[in-house]
Every structure is written in structure tokens, then in C-alpha cells.
Design a protein around this ligand. Structure first.
Ligand SMILES: [Zn+2]
Ligand SMILES: [Zn+2]
Length: 567
């Protein structure tokens, strides 16, 4: 179990203590211990083994026991008791942003609210506003956050749902001659509310063949060709059963989207049952349309003209930009990260640790920047002379966009970097005007090379700040700034729906893993998946350029920057 996971359980227990009206000092002791563990730079398990747990700040004998229990069995007695004694829906109420344990208790005690639906109904009816310490404004924000949370609960991030869906697919393929994933998962939407499969099978025989427990599977009462079940994570799943000779048409129809299917049928009529999906496009005189593009934009027209894009693939990527190391909040050293990128067959690695003001993430002082750049020079020398494939480390920085839109170093320090990713991390609660002006000012800074995670969104957990994408994209085009598609599966930000507008204006997209560990480098795969939804070609992707081409692009930018007048 990771330190973070242990800390999460301790924090949750602190909230439970407060929720049940327990001793506030006890609650604080749990949250303090959680904070200590979060900052710990070695596994808490190792400390436990050495018997050194109680040497940590804020962790006495009273907490060492619970932590040991969490590590061995995932919980401890007090937490079990609290969980066992509370209405289970209260845990969901605790997750509503901006509410807090104390006010959740108040709602429970005075209005009897023990679940999200009850909270939503009470807020809608205006029953919160009159309570002590609430008021109209906080009622409105609690209502909005409750609705968001309820919506999030019915969806999964693509990267989270996919492994579970592949597991079901694997089981299906063992018992039926043909089965495929369809629906939004096949279209690689960033979040999904259902997993859809198409199988050559008799629906009535499928539950028995799959050996699924009766209570987890049922045949649709209105459609005897459809079997309903759930993925291991609880996401509803639907298996459409068809004869082999109708598989292709069913697969196309179940892949959707609705808008795509409707547009096709309006133009070409409903396709007859066909065994192969390509037949659906052939009969209409269309090039086969990749599933990612079937969103009902103009993909049918492009297929008719023969002008569908050659979509980017993971293999097209030649380098990785925007990665963290132990210089800031990464888990692995600069050298280890760079070597891992080289082992992946990439030609270059951009280090982009956090800048100085982001203290919670170990932002680099100008002095640390100089030390890191000395290490990069030494690494590059070593890479150049070790007989291996050409490989280079570029010195980048993830410069915070400060509240006024300025970047987080003076111009001299900024000029020392090969490239700068400018990102907003702090003060995300902004109106669209404020956010847009802040980001626009950063784009206009001559040092900015790439705009990082443009809206700061975290899928299914935090909405991004509102941003005037059209103006931001136009400014990037004007100033030759690339836009990041942050490939972390929680972010996938720039949203793929804006990629075509960006590339139409000549803005390059950088598919950046924002890796905080060696494993994180693999996140570029998720970025590629959604980039394809945005019709991205390798030519339009900054880090699909070869080492030589990328270096030349940076050099050209640098000389353009030198002639540009400082703001
Ligand atoms: Zn960031
Ligand atoms: Zn980052």
C-alpha cells in the first residue's frame, strides 16, 4: 500500500470522527498523521519494519497501531466501528466539495440528510440556506457540487474502464467465435457511462457460457438479443448478441455515436446486415472511418472526398516533453527518467520540473535550475559518447503562470531553458475573463514555448476553469506557442474537441505525459488515443518530430524570440 493510500484512510477517519461528533483532538491527530505520511519520502512499510514509526512527527503509540493495521488489513478497529455505525450514504455526502465534516454533521443532525440524493433534494428545496453557517450562496455551490459528484459517479475515465472491459472481452472470446468492444470505449471517449460489446452468440446461452452469477446478469426484457451485466468496477455493461452474418453492421451501429449513425443513414440509408464493418462504408462509397472519428462532425464528408486524416499513433512519437524528476515532485531521478525514455526508443527527453513558487511540489530555485542544467550537460555528453542511439535531454521547466499572468522566474533565468511549459496550478477559481487574460499574458511572454494543461481540469473530479479557447488558440497561433495535450488520463487537457481548431490555425500539439515516475511515461498512450479523436496527424504533433527537427524548431523559435521586443 502506498503512503498516499494510508494517508487517505487516516484522513477519512478524521472526517468520520468529526462527523460522529467525536473528540476534535482525535480527529486532528489523524489528519496530522496523514499529512506526515504524505510528505514521507520512503515507504511507511519500511519504517514499520525497522520499528521507527513512532519517530515520525505526530505519530505516537496511539497511531502506530492503526497504521500497522491499515498496512496489514486495510483498516483498523476505530474506522471499522465508525463505518459500521453510520448510514453508508454519509460517506458520499462527505465527498461533496466545500462541505466538510462539521457541516455534513449539521445537515445530518438537523435535516436528516444521509445521502447525495437527499442532499440534492434539500438544496433544491432551499432548506439549507436557513441553517446556521450556510446561506444562499453556499447552498447554491453545495447543490452544484452535489450534482457534479452524482454525475461523476455514473461515469468512468477511459483508462480506468478499459482494463475491466478487456477482461470481459477476454472471457467472451473464450466462449464465442467473435466478440469486440463497441460504444464510447471503442471511440475512445475520455469518460464513459457504459461498456458495450458485440458478440456472435445466442443471448439466452451467454450467461451460462460465461459462468456469470445469476444476480449480476440479465437478458433485456424488451430486447432478447441483449445481455446486461457489469464490469468489475460496477460500470454497466451491455452485450449485443448477433448472428455472424450480421456482426459488421451491428458492430458499426453499436459503436455509434448516435450523431454519426444518424448522419450516415440520412445520406446512405440504413445498411443491411453485413458480416464485416468495412462493408458498411463500402456500400456507401466511403473510405473506412476510424472509430475515434465517428462523432458526427464531418467525418462522412471527409470519407467521401477521400480526405480522412492519417491519424497519429504511439509509434509516431519521437520524444517526450514535460516530465518531472526528484528535483521537484517526481519519484525518479533525472538520469533514471531519461534512460527510461531512451529505452522506450525515444530520441529526446524534456525535463520540466516545477518552478520556484510551487513550494508544495518542490519548485526549483534559480540555484537548483543551474545545478540541474549542469547535470543535463553531463548526461548529454555521456549519452553522446556511449555508442548508443542518438539521444538528448532538453532543459525545460514547468513555469507557473502566476495570478497576474507573468511567469515564475525573471527573464534571465527563463532564457536559460531550452523550452518553457507555462501552466496554471494555483488560484483556479476564476471567471472566464480572468482565466483567459491570465493565460493570454503567459502566451505572449517570449519565453513560453508550450501552454501546459490549458484548463487544469481533472476528469470526474474537478471541472477546469472556464477558458475562451478560441482566443487562447488564436494567441498561440500568433505567437508560435504549442499547446499541450496533457496525456495524464485524469487530465487529457487540451480537450480533444479543440484540437482541430488549433491545428487548423497551425498550432502544434505536444502530447505530454506529465510523467512523475518512469511508469508515467506510458501515459503518452492515453494522449495519443484522444489526440486521434481530434484528427491529429503526426505532422501536427510537436513531439512526433525527430530530434533534429525538434532542435531546429527550438532554434528557430529562439532566434525569433531574440528579435521580438520584450513586453
Ligand atoms: Zn502541471
Ligand atoms: Zn507537470
Amino acid at each position: 500500500m502506498t503512503n498516499k493510500a494510508v494517508a487517505r484512510i487516516l484522513k477519512e477517519t478524521a472526517a468520520l470522527v468529526e462527523l460522529t461528533g467525536g473528540n476534535p483532538y482525535r480527529a486532528r491527530a489523524f489528519s496530522n498523521a496523514a499529512r506526515t505520511l504524505e510528505r514521507l519520502d520512503e515507504p511507511v512499510e519500511a519504517l514499520l519494519e525497522r520499528g521507527e514509526l513512532t519517530r515520525l512527527r505526530g505519530i505516537g503509540d496511539g497511531l502506530a497501531g492503526p497504521i500497522r493495521d491499515i498496512l496489514t488489513r486495510g483498516s483498523f478497529d476505530l474506522r471499522d466501528d465508525l463505518l459500521g455505525s453510520l448510514p453508508p450514504g454519509l460517506l458520499d455526502v462527505l465527498r461533496v466539495k466545500g462541505l466538510g465534516a462539521r457541516r455534513a454533521r449539521q445537515l445530518w443532525q438537523s435535516l436528516g440528510i444521509t445521502s447525495l440524493p437527499e442532499l440534492e433534494a434539500a438544496a433544491e428545496a432551499g432548506r439549507l440556506a436557513s441553517l446556521d453557517g450556510f446561506g444562499e450562496k453556499s447552498q447554491a455551490s453545495i447543490l452544484a457540487n452535489t450534482r457534479l459528484l452524482r454525475a461523476y459517479d455514473t461515469r468512468r475515465r477511459y483508462a480506468d474502464a478499459l482494463p475491466h472491459a478487456l477482461h470481459v472481452l477476454d472471457r467472451l472470446r473464450r466462449v464465442v467465435p467473435r466478440a469486440e468492444i463497441a460504444g464510447a470505449l471503442r471511440r475512445k471517449l475520455e469518460t464513459v457511462d457504459e461498456a458495450v460489446f458485440v458478440a456472435v452468440a445466442e443471448a439466452a446461452a451467454l450467461p451460462g457460457a460465461l459462468n456469470l452469477p445469476a444476480e449480476t446478469v440479465r437478458i433485456d426484457p424488451d430486447d432478447p438479443t441483449t445481455v446486461h451485466t457489469r464490469l468489475a468496477d460496477g460500470l454497466p455493461a451491455r452485450i449485443r448478441c448477433v448472428p455472424a452474418e450480421a456482426f459488421g453492421t451491428a458492430w458499426w451501429r453499436e459503436t455509434g455515436s448516435e450523431a454519426h449513425v444518424r448522419a450516415y443513414e440520412a445520406a446512405h440509408g440504413a445498411p443491411p446486415p453485413l458480416s464485416e464493418e468495412t462493408g458498411v462504408f463500402e456500400r456507401a462509397g466511403l473510405a473506412p472511418i476510424p472509430p475515434e472519428l465517428r462523432e458526427g462532425a464531418d467525418e462522412l464528408e471527409a470519407a467521401a472526398r477521400g480526405s480522412l486524416p492519417t491519424l497519429i499513433t504511439f509509434e509516431d512519437l519521437q520524444g517526450t516533453l514535460h516530465n518531472h524528476s526528484t528535483y521537484s515532485d517526481g519519484a525518479h531521478s533525472l538520469r533514471a527518467m531519461a534512460e527510461a525514455a531512451r529505452a522506450m526508443g525515444l530520441q529526446y527527453f524534456g525535463i520540466c520540473d516545477h518552478s520556484q513558487s510551487l513550494k508544495i511540489a518542490g519548485g526549483l530555485s534559480p540555484q537548483s535550475v543551474r545545478e540541474q542544467q549542469a547535470e543535463i550537460a553531463a548526461l548529454n555528453e555521456a549519452f553522446a559518447s556511449d555508442g548508443g542511439p542518438a539521444f538528448r535531454v532538453f532543459s525545460g521547466i514547468e513555469a507557473d503562470i502566476l495570478a497576474d499572468g507573468s511567469l515564475d522566474y525573471d527573464d534571465d533565468t527563463l532564457a536559460r531553458f531550452d523550452f518553457v511549459v507555462a501552466s496554471v496550478h494555483v488560484g483556479l477559481d476564476m471567471t472566464e475573463d480572468v482565466a483567459t487574460e491570465r493565460v493570454l499574458r503567459a502566451i505572449r511572454h517570449p519565453a513560453t514555448t508550450i501552454l501546459g494543461h490549458p484548463t487544469g481540469r481533472l476528469l470526474l473530479s474537478r471541472e477546469g476553469y472556464p477558458l475562451d479557447h478560441a482566443r487562447v488558440i488564436a494567441a498561440c497561433a500568433e505567437h508560435g506557442v504549442a499547446i499541450e495535450l496533457n496525456a495524464n488520463p485524469y487530465r487529457l487537457d487540451l480537450d480533444w474537441r479543440w484540437i482541430r481548431e488549433a491545428t487548423r490555425q497551425g498550432v502544434l500539439i505536444a502530447i505530454n505525459p506529465d510523467a512523475h515516475s518512469i511508469d508515467g511515461l506510458q501515459d503518452m498512450r492515453w494522449g495519443v488515443e484522444v489526440a486521434r479523436k481530434g484528427w491529429l496527424t503526426p505532422e501536427q504533433c510537436l513531439n512526433a518530430r525527430s530530434l533534429e527537427a525538434f532542435s531546429a524548431w527550438l532554434d528557430a523559435r529562439r532566434s525569433a524570440r531574440l528579435t521580438a521586443s520584450p513586453r
